[in-house]
Design a protein around this ligand. Structure first.
Ligand SMILES: Cc1ncc(COP(=O)(O)O)c(C=O)c1O
Length: 437
């Protein structure tokens, strides 16, 4: 057995769930074979603990590194912040510079607070919205992290969150008193949001959603959301944790002319260094002062220094436009390879986050076999690609060549009905699944 899978066996005995993030569990990709740990990551290359180097065409650090791993300009800014002292009794000037830059990119925003992680920043945003309105109820669409305010949605029924990106999230440990405070609506279903607003008249603190994720908004949907928020006095919170910076330099909401009261950034804002920002209008953000929202490491220097270097480079290199081209090329390559192999696939997702589904008898086993076939060819790959700026022509050409071969093998296995037999380990998990042992 390779070093990574062996280390992961040790981790599972010491760390509940094995990893700190569900999406990084090896079981999600290729149980028993996924390298699990990295020695170094640079650009689109990743080395495992046995020195094998892969090209990462999978989830790219779960979307945290739009510029690619260990970007030299961001690393330089981080090195400088570390050498100048990353923590101090006084505050770092970069946090003011970053606030000015974020408000310049988002002219509707007037004030900024910081955190370090996406879920944590979303909790800050919801707290501010509740403080600003004096109300409790949050209507939301999609996934927004691990916090109590969000998992409260599953107190009424453990199924409530199932249509919202991650199925099967357990609300154990969330106070039962929060039941009824977080109510979901589906994307492009303004009627569901309207019904929540009507049945919680005068109690809606916030409407929380990603402006876009997997598919384009229907005409009028975002306008309708905005007007429901206006009519009810709820704060519209745009969650830009995953889509921010990917479609445009700034929040995806800029592309749709959607004016939120608060927008939240994390992940790609700082290209792999912990940082999150909550930006909003003065009237709403000042409510942060009417609550207690404060934490020591929200003052570190590395986060804002990395964010400044990242945003400047994203802007200078017009990275968002580049990601769209690369994503479209990957989608076209999948289509050609699948047609040539006679494999039935459906392609979806926005250009910078393309994905495919396999239309066959055992799709999860087939997806696992695709990962195995690609790993054998030197690629970390699954059925989605978080496109980064480090996915250059050479990487994409090599990847599509490997996909062509892997799809041909996969199509043969599907036709023979031998997909499970060709797997050297168990089938990957599809969503949240508790690990035992
Ligand atoms: C839309 C959205 N919001 C919030 C989060 C949570 O961010 P984090 O994992 O940094 O806590 C995620 C993570 O995937 C996300 O996609």
């Amino acid at each position: 057995m390779q070093t990574g899978p062996r280390l992961y066996d040790r981790a599972r005995r010491l760390i509940p769930g094995g990893t700190q993030l569900l999406s990084k569990r090896p079981e999600m990709f290729l149980p028993g074979q996924w390298p699990a740990y990295y020695a170094w990551a640079k650009g689109a290359k990743v080395a495992d603990l046995d020195g094998r180097v892969y090209t990462d065409m999978s989830i790219s650090g779960v979307g945290a590194c739009l510029l690619g791993y260990s970007d030299p300009d961001v690393s330089e800014a981080v090195r400088h912040a570390v050498e100048a002292g990353s923590m101090c009794t006084l505050n770092c000037p970069e946090e003011v510079e970053l606030a000015e830059l974020l408000c310049e990119l988002h002219p509707w925003a007037e004030m900024v607070r910081y955190a370090r992680c996406g879920g944590e920043a979303m909790s800050v945003a919801v707290r501010i919205a509740r403080a600003a309105t004096g109300r409790d109820v949050v209507a939301f669409c999609g996934y927004h992290g691990w916090s109590d305010w969000y998992l409260a949605a599953n107190l009424a029924s453990a199924e409530t969150l199932n249509p919202h990106l991650l199925a099967g999230l357990d609300p154990n440990g969330v106070p039962r008193g929060l039941e009824g405070t977080a109510i979901p609506f589906r994307y492009n279903r303004a009627d569901e949001l309207r019904a929540i607003a009507d049945s919680h008249h005068g109690r809606l603190a916030a409407v929380v959603m990603e402006p876009v994720r997997d598919k384009q908004p229907d005409p009028g949907f975002l306008d309708e959301v905005r007007s429901i928020a206006d009519q009810t006095g709820a704060v519209l919170i745009a969650d830009e944790v995953s889509m921010g910076w990917r479609l445009v330099t700034g929040g995806a909401h800029l592309n749709y002319g959607l004016l939120p009261g608060i927008a939240v950034f994390a992940k790609a804002i700082s290209n792999g260094h912990p940082m999150a920002a909550i930006i909003g209008t003065r009237r709403i953000m000042e409510a942060a002062q009417a609550s207690f929202i404060s934490s020591t490491y929200w003052t570190d220097r590395v986060g804002p220094a990395a964010a400044l270097a990242t945003i400047r480079k994203l802007r200078r290199e017009n990275v968002a436009a580049n990601l769209a081209l690369t994503g479209d090329r990957i989608k076209a390559g999948w289509r050609e390879a699948a047609d040539r192999a006679g494999l039935d696939i459906t392609i979806g997702g926005l250009a910078p986050l393309p994905r495919f589904t396999l239309n066959c008898a055992e799709p999860q086993a087939a997806r696992t076999l695709f990962t195995q076939l690609m790993l054998d060819r030197g690629y970390l790959a699954t059925n989605t690609v978080y496109v980064t700026w480090a996915h250059r022509d050479a990487e994409v050409t090599g990847y599509l060549q490997a996909v062509e071969n892997a799809f041909a093998d996969l199509a043969r296995a599907v036709a023979r009905g031998s997909v499970p037999a060709e797997l050297r380990g168990p089938v990957a998990h599809s969503g949240f699944q508790r690990l035992t042992g």
